[in-house]
Design a protein around this ligand. Structure first.
Ligand SMILES: Nc1ncnc2c1ncn2[C@@H]1O[C@H](COP(=O)(O)OP(=O)(O)O)[C@@H](O)[C@H]1O
Ligand SMILES: [Mg+2]
Length: 292
């Protein structure tokens, strides 16, 4: 099969990134500043535009934000507000038009594709909105792919963690099925197991409950919560579901490529009310005009 099936997460040539000669520096050997301790990832003055002139779209407009270490952060906003673009750039899967991005203390803007690939493989898990499973591999092959691509087998401890994920996500009876033999929700759960399999420091999840029924959705949110609370992993989750966002420690709202609010844990009701007010505000309507 061709290149689009190969995970941009793990391969050296990410779409949208300039190909560069193979790098010789290793991730460990790079200069690391200690100025950003406490943040697992951050971006500064990040702008992303697609196209130019009349047809140009500004997906992100000078966004500065950090994901705190060990915290579960939700990123919310209407469709087209720039959520996926922000996550892809923060994870080093796409390059910004301008601005800078760091994973931990390592600046990723300017790294070669190979350096980025190594950094992502070891430290970042990504649940893609479109799953990006490898169609030729069965479910367990997809889940174990991060180990294969890192050229190693899971340790006994890691294998036990994978078994635990498979069980929690209800995938036990589907491990030998290939993606086309799985429902959307099952594929999404395989993608989640793959992102968590290596217990990366930093997990990005783009609408990870988007295709799940409410019970599986709760399992996934519970897994992400446990990942941050018990294992100290830093989680950034895009969602447009206020109930999903209410599981997070912090909720960041995006609108039109800008951060419109950054709040501590909110109830689903508070989140819904805020989103409604923001949508009405964008449409020039006062909230009081529509309240019953
Ligand atoms: N590859 C692309 N080419 C052109 N426009 C794009 C591309 N990707 C995203 N966009 C545009 O950028 C904006 C933000 O998109 P996205 O980050 O996917 O939003 P969200 O995830 O919040 O729905 C949208 O207007 C979208 O149409
Ligand atoms: Mg999106």
């Amino acid at each position: 099969m061709d290149a689009h099936i190969i995970l941009p997460m793990y391969t050296d040539a990410s779409p949208g990134r300039r190909a560069e000669p193979a790098a010789v520096r290793t991730v460990e050997g790079m200069h690391i500043s200690s100025t950003d301790l406490g943040l697992a990832a951050r971006v500064q003055q990040l702008t992303k535009t697609y196209g130019t002139g009349e047809g140009g779209v500004t997906a992100l407009d000078a966004v500065t934000v950090g994901v705190r270490r060990g915290e579960f952060t939700a990123i919310m906003g209407p469709s087209g507000s720039g959520k996926s673009t922000l996550m892809h750039i923060m994870a080093g899967l796409d390059a910004p038009t301008s601005g800078r991005a760091w994973i931990g203390d390592t600046e990723i803007t300017g790294l070669s594709d190979l350096e980025l690939t190594i950094l992502r493989r070891r430290r970042v898990g990504f649940v893609f909105q479109a799953f990006n499973l490898v169609p030729t591999l069965d479910a367990i092959g997809n889940i174990l792919l991060p180990f294969d691509l890192d050229g190693r087998r899971p340790t006994a401890l890691e294998r036990a963690r994978v078994d635990g994920l498979v069980e929690t996500l209800g995938l036990g009876a589907r491990l030998r099925h290939r993606p086309h033999q799985l429902s959307g929700g099952q594929q999404q759960r395989v993608a989640i197991a793959r992102a968590l399999a290596t217990a990366p420091d930093l997990v990005f999840a783009d609408e990870p409950t988007g295709n799940l029924d409410s019970r599986s959705g709760r399992e996934v949110l519970g897994l992400l919560q446990t990942a941050s609370r018990t294992h100290g992993q830093s989680i950034a989750m895009v969602t447009h579901d206020p109930i999903a966002a209410s599981h997070a420690d912090r909720v960041i709202f995006l609108g039109d490529g800008r951060i419109t609010a950054d709040k501590p844990r909110q109830s689903a009701e508070e989140i819904s009310a805020f989103m409604l007010a923001a949508e009405l505000g964008a449409a020039g309507i006062e909230a009081s005009e529509v309240s019953a």
